[in-house]
Every structure is written in structure tokens, then in C-alpha cells.
Design a protein around this ligand. Structure first.
Ligand code: PDD
Length: 297
């Protein structure tokens, strides 16, 4: 595996980050996961904008790495890794931390009068699709209390609550974790690594509607979420951006699915052991995945 670190392409074993790196000591950094289909980025502008928003929030100066420069880095990374360029689907992982000052101190580091340079790391990997049969059979999820901090809209590397939630789901035999607020409202926010959608009955027209948490500080503004909302609206489907309650998700939803760069649309057919809808990927999930893929190909 060849990785990119601070301007160099080198074998992963030779890529060394200092033990005083702010990402390691404080989780002081952000990341982005960008999908590439047959060597071409998908929704790159959205990923780049979210990265810039995160850098702005953290006040990390990354101005000398512009979009064109980083696109060349990603292309080269894919090329150098056994032709990942040709693979159907690959993901670029990019991480930027506040760099490695000589000593540990909470405030932003300055060394010899200059701001410490950020650490820039990128790697790539193939993302395999589940077989159509596996996808249709659907996946399971466990509800986990949302104990994350107040700015999860920023894609920081502080993923401790997400890691613990994903493990809790795994320990319970579930494939995915879905966060529910700890207050009495019991609202569904998102997954440990994906956004959450439910298909609910629409009393107004007797049909169904697509419901997902609105953009706010309580969820990551998923690029896939955004695409799904767009393609659904363009197809004339009803999308309601509001938080679902736990009861709506587990007792009323006809279908549930999660979205992310790595999973596209992943049907959830069992939540805390309770079957959703008719227990397999439903017609809306199937329709939306086709609409999403039509944007990609
Ligand atoms: N996760 N919500 C959370 C908490 C996430 O970590 C992710 C993505 C998403 C979906 O965002 P997008 O559609 O832009 O991928 C939502 C990435 C893939 C990860 O951490 O690996």
C-alpha cells in the first residue's frame, strides 16, 4: 500500500507521524472520505466544500493545498495502488491535523514564531459492493444513545462515541448503530457512520414520504444524504427533513435505510431485533438506489 504523507508518496510501513502530532494527542484534526468510481471522483465539490468548512471551523491553514493539487495527489495515489483507478469503486481517505509541535500544549502550537504546519495524510482502498442478494436481504441495526459532542456537523477525527456505538451494535449482533437522543424526545439523529432515512405513511396523500433528520449541528451533512434528497425530489417524491422519533422508526416505518460514501444506500430491515416493514429491502430503497446510481454512471 502506497500512502501520501506531507508531500511524499511512500509505502505505508515507511510513513511515520510524530507522537506529538495533534491528531494523536488531542484528536485535533478533520477528515474526508471521497468516493471514486472507475477513477473518477463523485460529488467532489460537496466533499471539498465540507472539508473547507471543517478547516475553517478548526482554523487550520490549508491554503497551499488547492483543489487541483489535491485531485492530482488522489489520482496518483489511486494509480500507485495496483490500478485502483480501474476498480469499480474506491475511497480516498484524507486526514489533516494541526501538525506536530515539539511539545504538548492545548492552545494552537507555534514553533520558532511560526504556526506549525498541518499533517496531511491520504490513503485509498477498494470498496466492495454487497451481492444483490445480500443487499436485498437487508441489514440489522441497534439503537444506541447519542453521547457525542455538540458539533458533529464538523467531520473531525474525534470519533470515540461513534467507535463505541459501532462496537456496541456489533456486540449485540447488529450490523449498524443508529443514534437516538438521550432526552425524553428519543429522536433519531443518524448512524455511527451514516445518515438515517425512514419511509413513513403520508396521511396527506395516502402514499408514503421519505423522512430524514434536517441539517443541523446534530448530524453530519452527508454528501450521500444530500444526493438522495435531491434525486428523490427531482423524481417527484415527498421528502420531509425532520427528526423521526424512536417509535416512528421502529414501529411505523415501512422501510429504513442508511446512506454514506462507503455504503451508498443500505437497507435496514431489523432494529433492536424488531422487523422493519416486510423484513427485506423495500421498493423505495430499491428505487432510490437506482436513482442515485444513475447520477454516478
Ligand atoms: N462516514 N454520518 C456520519 C457520522 C458519518 O461518519 C458519515 C460518513 C456520514 C455520511 O456522510 P457521507 O455521505 O458524506 O459519506 C454520516 C465516513 C464514510 C466514514 O467515517 O468512514
Amino acid at each position: 500500500m502506497i500512502v501520501y504523507l506531507n508531500g511524499e508518496f511512500l509505502p505505508q510501513e515507511e510513513a511515520k507521524v510524530s507522537p506529538t502530532d495533534r491528531g494523536f494527542l488531542f484528536g485535533d484534526g478533520i477528515y474526508e472520505a471521497i468516493p471514486y468510481y472507475k477513477g473518477k471522483p463523485f460529488a467532489f465539490d460537496g466533499h471539498w466544500k465540507r472539508l473547507q468548512d471543517g478547516l475553517g471551523f478548526l482554523r487550520i491553514d490549508f491554503a497551499d493545498h488547492d483543489e487541483e493539487k489535491m485531485k492530482k495527489v488522489f489520482d496518483e495515489l489511486l494509480n500507485r495502488n495496483n490500478g485502483l483507478q480501474q476498480m469499480t469503486r474506491a475511497m480516498i481517505y484524507l486526514q489533516i491535523t494541526r501538525g506536530a509541535p515539539p511539545t504538548r500544549s492545548h492552545v494552537f502550537p507555534v514553533s520558532n514564531g511560526t504556526v506549525v504546519k498541518p499533517t496531511v495524510f491520504a490513503t485509498c482502498q477498494e470498496i466492495a459492493y454487497p451481492s444483490p442478494e445480500r443487499w436485498t436481504a437487508g441489514f440489522s441495526a441497534a439503537l444506541v444513545p447519542d453521547q457525542r459532542w455538540g458539533r458533529v456537523d464538523i467531520k473531525t477525527v474525534n470519533l470515540l462515541a461513534n467507535v463505541l456505538a459501532a462496537q456496541e451494535a456489533k456486540d449485540k449482533g447488529a450490523d449498524e448503530a443508529i443514534f437516538v437522543t438521550e432526552d425524553d424526545a428519543h429522536l433519531i439523529t443518524e448512524g455511527s457512520k451514516a445518515n438515517v432515512f425512514g419511509i413513513l405513511k403520508d396521511d396527506a396523500n395516502g402514499g408514503s414520504k421519505i423522512v430524514t433528520h434536517p441539517l443541523s449541528r446534530q448530524i453530519l451533512p452527508g454528501i450521500t444524504r444530500n444526493m438522495v434528497v435531491q434525486v428523490a425530489r427531482n423524481a417527484g417524491l415527498i421528502v420531509e427533513e425532520r427528526a423521526m422519533t424512536r417509535a416512528e422508526l421502529t414501529e411505523e416505518a415501512q422501510e429504513v435505510f442508511i446512506t454514506s460514501t462507503t455504503t451508498e444506500i443500505k437497507p435496514i430491515v431489523k432494529i433492536d431485533g424488531k422487523v422493519v416493514g416486510d423484513g427485506k429491502a423495500g421498493p423505495m430503497s430499491t428505487k432510490l438506489v437506482a436513482l442515485l446510481r444513475s447520477q454516478i454512471e
